[in-house]
Ligand binder design. Structure first.
Ligand SMILES: Nc1ncnc2c1ncn2[C@@H]1O[C@H](COP(=O)(O)OP(=O)(O)OP(=O)(O)O)[C@@H](O)[C@H]1O
Length: 762
């Protein structure tokens, strides 16, 4: 309701004024504090003396304070515009009256009086706003469960410090602010949703950090948004234990990273790590490897309907990807590593000037058994230490025994040969020989152990991987049920061809990291404690397992939608697999998000009808929030050029709606390029997205279906929903489903030739 018409308008207006005064006060105090810190930092840098550790510590502390002050200033400036979005009135048990808490994106405390002016949305008490209804309610905080009565839940629309609307609410869905927010147009960046987080989403955001959490969420259910809010929540809740850098989100590609880049800063969080699996993996492997464009492969697969000639090869390519990402592959690598381990120590005794110091069996036993907990290469350090220590003792004993045998030999000579010049010279020879030997032992013993260790051949992780594929996988001793020799031969040929051409594929990353982890060990300190994986249906258990192995003691939030698994040949088809294989029987929480917020009832129902064509799997479908819109328009045209002309006409007609983002989604990159050739000269100046971009700023984009995953647009045109493009194969159904679930408001589907059987009933 318009704020002026609300009975509490006067009181609320006064409260807003009071709050804004405090925001100003705090802002001024921070500006002064920051300029003081800036001065300290500038001084510290100017007079920096690298010998003074105190100066170094001061500079570090001040730089950290400077960062914090900068962030606080940004947050306070934002708060001037909209200091809070809701209020709750909570009466604790045993208390006579309720207390009001104004909930905003950041907390504000009057530093003089310690009065709480704004409560952070992540604070325990704010949970009441997201999950409780009026009446008896409770929330949990570090002091335990606080019981009481929720007297009021109120929402505000505040814009540039002016109170526009007030709503008293008691339902957690379908409230007017949510409807307004879903009905708004979207540009090319994801937004925060602090004021309208729904109860089920709130559970995910606030779930225990240390219990692995898997979220199956329908298209548009808010997975990505929730993932980012969860990071902001965890950073706030564990502020004393962890830094923002200890939290990492892994997203599908750089374009997607750009798409989500504004949410965390909007939530007042900077410096959480945002990366892709490829970038993270390359950093861990630490070698200069080039990853082939993964979209080329998926483009081949999505083109299959058109080019049947390659279907046998494509089938093998999919099977290769599947195998490389499977736990079976990990097990084969484990076997390979055992053979590497067994042959690692040279099969010979370690001798010093023909004196045996260590027997091969002894060294090998130490290596295989004593140090078995360590990565293979790291065991050499232990072995070296052990050998060097023993060498010292052995060397002294050897020298002593040489001295003794020298004395014995001299005595024997003295007993058997008369004193003479000859006898003297024999004795001198014996002493010289002994001295010579002692010298040799002295000098050799210093180098012998290092020489021995150096001599042991070690490859880098990528070389081991090549050896594994070329020699072990092709070797006669390998015979694995369910893997045909045809597949193995294809995989080896195909991989080696790629390696020779100077690149690896995404599927090779997990095996190489795993080899590095087992053979070399991961030296790099990865200061990550919690990992959020978005679009996790495209990750295989093996890929997630390697992340878990290399980042010890970390916890996980894994979010995805199996119905959108367009990389299912290398991803996961069942969350149970992740539970069992990655977390190996540990308790994992599996939560569902069914409500879909992105799109209208009409569009969601049409997309669900398409998805229902996958008969052998029961994918959880999205239930749209009640928001109606125009029906999905399906229309036939003569060819792609005519479709593009129609799209231009539609764009003209849509102008009054002021939509901010439009996508023309084609099935493949070739089709996208063709559509681009027809549309590029139009006044809309669309941008073609090929998968190589890190960002885009255009309001209208043309892109292939598989690149649209995760993104959203006000309006979507599916350029060609023909039978030729979308048959009854699972991949086609998923690609069409993904494309159809991208729009917020309008969906147009054009086709030429025969309509896809998936769309016939729309
Ligand atoms: N509680 C909410 N209040 C307002 N908007 C919401 C809410 N939850 C989700 N949304 C909106 O719904 C849209 C979809 O969210 P998001 O992209 O995070 O979903 P997703 O599950 O990751 O989707 P997909 O799997 O289809 O890519 C976004 O515009 C987001 O702002």
């Amino acid at each position: 309701m318009s704020a002026e018409n609300h009975p509490a308008y006067g009181e609320e207006k006064a409260r807003l004024g009071y709050t804004l005064k405090h925001v100003d006060k705090s802002l001024n105090a921070f500006i002064a504090r920051k300029s003081n810190i800036d001065e300290q930092v500038a001084k510290g840098k100017k007079h920096f003396n690298s010998d003074s550790s105190q100066q170094y510590i001061d500079l570090m502390i001040n730089t950290m304070l400077q960062d914090r002050a900068e962030l606080k200033l940004v947050n306070l400036t934002q708060a001037k515009r909209k200091p809070y979005f809701a209020c709750i009135d909570f009466k604790e048990e045993e208390s006579d009256s309720g207390e009001k808490y104004y909930i905003g994106k950041m907390a504000l405390i009057d530093e003089d009086t310690m009065e709480l002016i704004i409560t952070d949305w992540r604070a325990p008490i704010a949970n009441l706003y997201y999950e409780s209804r009026l009446g008896d309610s409770e929330y949990s905080c570090p002091d335990g469960i606080i019981k009481g009565e929720l007297l009021l839940k109120r929402q505000y629309v505040i814009d540039w410090g002016s109170l526009k609307e007030i709503y008293d609410i008691d339902i957690t869905t379908n409230d007017e602010i949510l409807q307004a927010s879903l009905g708004a147009n979207a540009d090319n960046r994801l937004k925060d949703i602090v004021s309208t987080i729904q109860a089920q989403q709130n559970k995910i955001i606030r779930a225990d950090m240390w219990t692995p959490l898997i979220v199956q969420g329908a298209a548009g259910s808010g997975k990505t948004t929730i993932a980012l809010h969860r990071i902001a929540y965890l950073i706030y809740t564990y502020e004393k234990q962890f830094k923002p850098e200890n939290f990492m989100i892994i997203a599908p590609n750089r374009l997607f990273l750009n798409y989500i880049s504004e949410v965390l800063p909007e939530l007042g969080v900077e410096k959480a790590r945002q990366t892709t699996f490829e970038d993270f993996a390359l950093q861990i492997i630490g070698l200069k490897l080039k990853i082939a464009d993964g979209y080329e492969k998926i483009n081949i697969f999505v083109n299959e309907n058109k080019d049947k000639s390659q279907s046998a090869r494509n089938k093998l390519m999919k099977m290769e990807s599947q195998l490389k990402c499977s736990m079976l592959f990990k097990e084969i690598i484990d076997d390979y590593i055992q053979t590497v381990e067994k042959a690692f120590i040279p099969q010979e005794d370690f001798k010093l000037n023909s004196i045996t110091i260590f027997k091969y069996d002894e060294l090998n036993n130490l290596f295989l058994n004593e140090y078995s907990k360590l990565p293979i290469v790291k065991r050499l350090d232990e072995l070296k230490k052990h050998m060097t220590n023993r060498m010292k003792a052995r060397k002294e004993a050897i020298i002593e025994s040489l001295e003794e045998s020298c004395v014995r030999e001299i005595n024997r000579i003295k007993d058997t040969i008369e004193e003479s010049a000859d006898r003297q010279s024999i004795i001198i020879d014996i002493i010289d020989n002994k001295n010579d030997l002692v010298n040799k032992i002295e000098t050799h013993s210093k180098k012998a152990v290092s020489d021995y260790i150096k001599k042991i051949s070690k490859l880098n992780p990528f070389e081991y991987y090549k050896d594994f594929l070329q020699n072990y996988m092709a070797g006669p001793e390998l015979s694995i049920e369910n893997i045909s020799s045809e597949l193995i031969n294809f995989m080896i040929r195909h991989s080696m061809q790629a390696f020779r051409a100077g690149h690896i594929e995404i599927e090779d990353l997990a095996p190489i990291i795993y080899i590095k982890y087992k053979i070399h060990g991961i030296d790099e300190k990865i200061p990550v404690r919690h990992i959020v994986i978005d679009e996790a249906q495209d990750f295989s258990p093996f890929q997630i397992l390697v992340i878990r192995k290399i980042i010890k003691d970390s916890s996980f939030t894994i979010l995805g939608d199996l119905a959108q698994g367009i990389h299912s040949y290398r991803g996961t088809g069942d969350w149970g697999d992740i539970k069992d294989k990655v977390f190996e029987g540990r308790y994992c929480e599996l939560l569902m998000l069914e409500q879909s917020y992105r799109t209208t009832v009409e569009i969601m129902n049409a997309a669900n009808a398409v998805l229902s064509n996958i008969k052998h799997r029961n994918f959880p479908v999205g239930k749209p929030v009640i928001r109606h819109g125009a029906p999905v328009r399906v229309m036939q045209k003569g060819n792609l050029k005519e479709i593009c002309l129609q799209i231009e006409r539609d764009l003209d007609a849509l102008e009054p709606e002021s939509y901010k983002s439009v996508a023309v989604i084609c099935k493949t990159i070739d089709e996208s390029e063709e559509a681009y050739s027809y549309l590029k000269a139009s006044k809309y100046k669309p941008k073609l997205i090929t998968g190589k971009e890190k960002e885009y700023n255009s309001e209208i984009v043309i892109l292939p279906s598989y690149l649209s995953k995760g993104l959203e647009f006000d309006v979507v045109f599916i350029a060609n929903g023909s039978r030729e493009n979308y048959g009854m194969e699972e991949m086609d159904i998923k690609l069409l489903y993904v494309s159809m679930t991208r729009p917020l408001h309008r969906l147009f589907i054009y086709y030429f030739g025969e309509i896809s059987p998936l769309l016939r009933l729309l």
